[in-house]
Design a protein around this ligand. Structure first.
Ligand code: NDP
Length: 252
């Protein structure tokens, strides 16, 4: 089985946050498998630069670029620059994502729009820009980081769950559109992953979550990085349009 990404290149969106986020773990997993990686952030560019340095320390090329995935011009500029830096773009990871939680009746339009614009429109804009390059290459991997909340829903997250469910429909459609051109499109749906957000939870809230997880632990960003690396590799070349759930069995 070939899990090597030697000679491959990748863009990971939203991989700032000081190496604690899922995007940073994905970037490092891809680099460990052999890929050169462009890491993007919207505001936390110093953190993205730290991740790029960590990629360099692994002996691969790492670059940090600023990009607002919800802004078409910003995405086009980032993808053009990435193409120049990397020479080709084999892998796109649509990881940038935000939450703005609130119960339906209290959710204002700005919270709905911000989450849909970043999570769903951002995935569309980045995929469209990179697909142009991948079509010419006649090869590529697009991997969208969705969430189990897009599959099962979660009170207080109508905007987030809708955006993540939308990403699954987008994944299936684009997989059908691009399959004949050697491009696979898949999604990874993490469950509860130990990040800053879960660090801030009370012990009681954490215990309640763990009761629902057959594997009895929170996931790690590295668990997600491993799933993404598999889907990006030659070992997954006959898999497209799928959602790989990484949730310790929470949704079985
Ligand atoms: P973080 O909040 O730690 O990181 C999110 C990243 O997205 C940051 O680097 C942020 O950059 C970037 N970002 C936000 N808005 C934009 C934008 N408009 N343009 C470009 N970049 C942007 O998130 P996580 O690591 O927790 O999550 C990563 C992904 O995994 C998300 O898609 C999330 O929905 C998904 N996920 C997370 C789970 C979890 O348990 N943490 C569970 C399931 C799914 P900046 O700081 O510069 O704004």
């Amino acid at each position: 089985m070939n899990l090597s990404l030697d000679g491959k290149t990748a863009i990971v969106t939203g991989a700032g946050r000081g190496g604690r986020g899922i995007g940073a773990a994905i970037a490092l997993a891809l680099a460990t498998a052999g890929a050169d990686v462009v890491i993007t952030a919207r505001t936390s560019i110093a953190d993205a630069e730290a991740v790029a340095d960590a990629v360099n320390a692994l002996g691969r090329k790492g670059y940090a670029l600023t990009c607002d995935v919800a802004d078409a011009a910003s995405v086009e500029t980032m993808v053009k620059k990435s193409h120049e830096l990397l020479g080709r773009v084999d892998i796109l990871i649509n990881n940038a994502g935000i939450t703005k939680d609130g119960l339906l009746l209290r959710m204002d339009e700005s919270a709905w729009d911000a989450v849909l614009d970043t999570n769903l429109k951002g995935t569309f804009l980045c995929s469209r820009a990179v697909a142009k390059i991948m079509l010419k290459q006649k090869a590529g991997r697009i991997i969208n980081i969705t969430s189990i909340m897009g599959q099962i829903g979660n009170p207080g997250q109508a905007n987030y769950s809708a955006s993540k469910a939308g990403m699954i429909g987008f994944t299936r459609t684009v997989a059908r559109e691009l399959g004949s051109r050697g491009i696979t499109v898949n999604a990874v749906a993490p469950g509860f992953i130990a990040t800053q957000m879960t660090d801030d939870m009370s012990e009681t809230a954490r215990a309640e979550i763990l009761k629902k997880v057959p594997l009895a632990r929170l996931g790690t960003p590295e668990d997600v990085g491993a799933a993404v690396t598999f889907l990006a590799s030659d070992a997954a070349s006959y898999i497209t349009g799928q959602v790989l759930t990484v949730d310790g069995g929470m949704t079985v």
